[in-house]
Ligand binder design. Structure first.
Ligand code: SF4
Length: 465
């Protein structure tokens, strides 16, 4: 137990280090450990205490006076644990040594007394449970389950090896079906209860329920995607740039942006090749940045996390990039979302399908509607302001001529989108529907392999090979 506590304390220390210094690398952590050791500082995290949730192990004596929701009394085996086999008296003690037994000379009577002690102890163990009391007994051929179970009218069962083999065989058959979630409902339900929805997760679920399960619920680890790292760094650098603009009332230079980008890139901890590629891409942002710097708009809000409840206490969260005035006199704002990927496909899709629950609808459009919902429902944030529109700010230029849409190759686009009240109501209903499905553990994969979606998915080999 002490070693287990020590191990848990160490894990807590690793967690605390990660919170204090997100993205900390293994060598940094080991360096910190060495410094502590060199200076005689204890290497120890918060101690795991008995007040923490978990399974507690007690002896029946130790549990006296305590109560628990559920109690498991294991190994209810006769003459082994419950009741314990009387310890043979190797050296017979003078019977008049103990007051209570002073007059008991009869061996049978002593046994009865011991059994009564054991029975009282068993009663103590049983009565610690407030709701559930579970006995376990797995007797081998030479052991039989406790006589207490018989007295409690719990049938004594002999070993049934053949049944166990059958169960094992059946469970192997299930494994053969390659559905990794058979029998895990209780665990998944527990995980769902601890999660909240946000615009990205909403989009993920609508794109593929199974991918949502892997990525958002089970959080299966995967390789850090370069595009994601680049996106994170651009967002952080833009946030720093606009914060500086708000403080100094002067828009910073591209160098300021690039320095903030590099700082964040270090923090993301990518390998040298990815680092080089990201820096090259950041240089390419110069064109967009310098155009934006000519006519910068002061933010009303920047990178703020919003939390609202939808319907029957569904927690919905989201973090917008920037909010700026569209009509300051009338308190009308627009919500900006910076996008670092190629704009072409989104620009083609965005006006075409407006049914927000359709998987063909552009996810960026759905996100903007979610942000309006979040912004206006969070009254502390909106302070009476209304967000009638959103804008997708594409940092990368259009890749090819989109003549029908009026965008030529190489142009930087900021796509303004009107967000109407019915769109907000539709997304609210969608959140309720998706949350209902998530709670019902509806995590089916796509009906058949979609090369466009599955080809880009880390889980393609798990789903289809
Ligand atoms: S491979 Fe396809 S079906 Fe499987 S999780 Fe990914 S997107 Fe969904």
């Amino acid at each position: 137990m002490r070693q287990l506590r020590g191990l848990s304390s160490f894990v807590n220390m690793v967690k605390a280090s990660d919170i204090a210094n997100p993205g900390v690398r293994l060598d940094d952590f080991l360096g910190e450990m060495k410094t502590r050791k060199d200076h005689g500082l204890p290497i120890q995290g918060d101690l795991v205490t008995l007040s923490q949730a978990g399974v507690r192990v007690y002896t029946a004596h130790g549990a006296k006076g305590l109560e628990f929701h559920s109690v498991i009394i294991p190994f209810c085996l006769n003459n082994k644990n419950w009741p314990a086999r009387p310890i043979p008296e190797k050296i017979r003690m003078p019977s008049d040594l103990f007051k209570t037994r002073a007059h008991i000379r009869d061996k049978e009577a002593q046994k009865t007394l011991a059994l009564q002690d054991e029975t009282r102890l068993f009663y103590v163990a049983m009565t610690r449970a407030k709701s559930n009391l579970i006995f376990t007994a797995s007797p081998t051929e030479d052991l039989v389950s406790s006589l207490y179970l018989t007295r409690l009218d719990i049938p004594k069962e002999g070993p049934k090896i053949s049944d166990e083999e059958k169960i094992l065989e059946e469970s192997l058959e299930v494994t053969d079906k390659k559905d990794p979630f058979v029998g895990t409902d209780a665990v998944l339900k527990d995980m769902v209860n601890n999660m909240s929805l946000n615009p990205t997760r909403l989009n993920a679920y609508i794109t593929c329920k199974r991918k949502f399960l892997y990525n958002d619920l089970l959080k299966l680890p995967g390789a850090k995607k370069k595009s994601l790292v680049f996106g994170n760094c651009v967002h952080k650098a833009l946030e720093e740039t606009y914060r500086e603009f708000m403080a100094a009332k002067k828009f910073p230079s591209f160098k300021f942006f690039l320095d903030a980008f590099k700082k964040e890139l270090k923090f993301q901890g990518v390998d040298k090749t990815d680092e080089r590629d990201c820096l090259k891409k950041a240089e390419a942002v110069r064109g967009w940045f310098e155009t934006a710097a000519k006519n910068p708009v002061m933010p009303v809000g920047l990178e703020r996390k919003l939390v609202i409840t939808v319907g029957d206490n569904i927690i919905f969260t989201g973090k917008y990039d920037k909010v700026e005035f569209e009509d300051e006199k009338n308190g009308i704002v627009r919500i900006l979302d910076y996008k670092t990927g190629k704009p072409d496909e989104h620009l083609k899709k965005i006006d075409k399908i407006t049914d927000l629950s359709s998987s063909d609808c552009d996810g960026y459009l759905r996100q903007l509607v979610c942000y309006r919902l979040l912004f206006e429902k969070d009254r502390k944030e909106s302070r009476g302001m209304r967000a009638h529109s959103g804008a997708l700010v594409f940092i990368e230029p259009v890749e090819s001529d989109l003549r029908k849409l009026g965008y030529e190759k190489g142009r930087h686009v900021t796509k303004r989108v009107e967000i109407t009240d019915p769109m907000v109501q539709e997304v609210e209903e969608l959140i309720k529907k998706v949350w209902g499905q998530v709670k019902a553990l509806d995590f089916g994969k796509l009906p058949c392999r979609d090369a466009k979606v599955c080809g880009m998915c880390d889980f393609d080999p798990i789903c289809w090979k």
